[in-house]
Design a protein around this ligand. Structure first.
Ligand code: 5AD
Ligand code: SF4
Length: 466
């Protein structure tokens, strides 16, 4: 049997199982609870698509659900603890509602330690699957409804069949699109290469077709997802790079904005940097995780660039596009981080002047190389974390305040969390803006004059709309 015959067979089986559940199962309220990154958020969108095909309704309260799916993250210890806490809280609900099905999926289930812990401590879990076999959900549900105590399936690497899985996007006007799966970098602190398998790029034709379809259905903005989008194309058997993909996506009529996440500084090419000048739809926002400012720490993290390399890249980016907003992931308290190393991180932050940052305290992940290194005491980690924020936030505030009086194009996403008569959206530079508006503005690109700003968001006044 060839690989494509095998895939066809598997898909036929998925369709059969979905039809069975649709026709034979009565109670079909479901809730999907998502932890972690955009990759997980998008995986949950695929799960919801499958659920809707099987006739499930989405509910917002776990008490109303007949099926609860926890899509988990294992990047930090605290993320795992949250899931164990939730599973503990579900025990009573499951006891009082015998038909309730509980499924656990996502990164934690790809790790033997976490999966075994869940199986041992939470016997009420009915279904377990991983990050590479979301499409198996109908089959697993089917066997669970047929009496199987624990329906479980974990796949090491993507099988390539989720090409056929659609996704119910949380917002129709902005969509996540996977361009690749997995990671080959093995940063010494990181669990992802063990939970998401080896790097594989999707076929560009499939990506373009997916985006064209999305645009036909109202999408204005796409965010291309991959652990390291800069190495897109390396697993294809012809010469086609991430810059080529961006350029082809830029040509799609009707699409207005392109974003991508995440880039690795070691792989960012001059061609990609030039895209920020050349491609009119590519937003002026770059998320380039630095992790640490000390070359010595970066070496032990296996990041494969120095502090100077990173600063040089940033300089090039700013030269090509002086208005670009910069964002990063930074970690404090990596094993062996000295006071001097940490000061290098502070120094780098002052030099780059990030617009946004995602800050983390190093969390030991078992079976990663960094777990065996000498750990920094918790008290020191927490103290450094506070000092890092004291450097980052005033810079963010200064950069946000520099937009006061300027007009920004804002894609309106939702009613504001602050006030009912306000809406919130994102500028091209990914800044959050709140301004007076109504539900009618949602999904539109609106001209907004910025009137106030703090470290985290902007306030504006609507002056026009596209
Ligand atoms: N501890 C703390 N932060 C981590 N990250 C990845 N692994 C760990 C860890 N073990 C952070 C990195 C990465 C982001 C997604 O999560 O900064 O870029
Ligand atoms: Fe983890 Fe490094 Fe891969 Fe990012 S590039 S997912 S930090 S191993």
């Amino acid at each position: 049997m060839t690989n494509s015959d095998l895939i066809k067979d598997l898909k036929d089986n998925v369709n059969e199982r979905m039809a069975f559940i649709k026709e034979n199962i009565d109670k079909k309220n479901a809730i999907v609870i998502t932890h972690g990154c955009q990759m997980n958020e998008h995986d949950s969108e695929k799960i919801i698509w499958l659920l809707e095909k099987m006739g499930y309704n989405q509910v917002n309260d776990i008490k109303d659900a007949d099926l609860i799916i926890l899509n988990t993250c294992s990047v930090r210890h605290s993320a795992e603890d949250k899931v164990y806490g939730q599973l503990g809280n579900l025990k009573n609900l499951k006891n009082s509602k015998k038909d309730l099905k509980i499924a656990v999926c996502g990164c934690m289930m790809q790790r033997d330690e976490s999966r075994n812990y869940v199986i041992e401590k939470f016997p009420n879990v009915d279904i377990i699957f991983g990050t590479n076999n979301i499409w198996k959900l109908p089959e697993l549900l089917y066997s669970s409804f047929n009496g199987k105590k624990l329906s479980m399936d974990i796949e090491e690497n993507p099988v390539g069949i989720d090409e056929g899985i659609g996704a119910i996007r949380a917002y129709g006007f902005k969509s996540y699109v996977n361009i690749m799966y997995g990671c080959n970098n093995f940063c010494t602190y990181c669990i992802v290469p063990y939970t998401r398998g080896r790097e594989t790029s999707r076929n560009p034709k499939d990506i373009i077709r997916e985006i064209e379809n999305l645009v036909e259905n109202g999408t204005k903005e796409v965010t291309l997802l991959g652990q390291n989008v800069n190495s897109y194309g390396k697993s294809l058997d012809y010469d086609y790079t991430f810059s080529d993909l961006l350029s082809d996506i830029n040509d799609i009529d009707g699409l207005e904005r392109i974003r991508f996440m995440t880039s690795h500084p070691k792989d960012i090419s001059d061609e990609l940097i030039m895209s920020f000048k050349k491609l009119d739809k590519l937003c002026n926002f770059l998320h380039l995780p630095v992790q640490a400012g000390s070359t010595d720490v970066l070496k032990r993290m296996n990041r494969k660039y120095t502090k100077e390399d990173y600063l040089k890249t940033i300089e090039k980016v700013k030269k090509v596009n002086p208005d670009i907003a910069l964002s990063t992931d930074i970690m404090v308290g990596f094993p062996g981080e000295t006071e001097e190393d940490f000061e290098d991180t502070l120094d780098l932050c002052k030099k780059v002047e990030y617009d946004t940052s995602f800050t983390f305290i190093y969390s030991l992940r078992e079976n990663t190389p960094a777990a065996k290194m000498t750990q920094v005491p918790d008290k020191v980690k927490h103290e450094r974390f506070e000092r890092l924020l004291d450097v980052l936030y005033p810079i963010q505030e200064k950069k946000n305040k520099s937009l006061i009086g300027k007009t920004q194009k804002v894609l309106v996403e939702d009613i504001s969390k602050k006030r009912d008569d306000y809406v919130s959206g994102r500028t091209e530079s990914f800044k959050l803006v709140n301004f007076k508006g109504s539900r009618e503005d949602i999904g539109k690109i609106v001209d907004v004059k910025i009137i106030d700003a703090n470290s985290f968001s902007l306030e504006g006044e609507k002056i026009g709309q596209k």
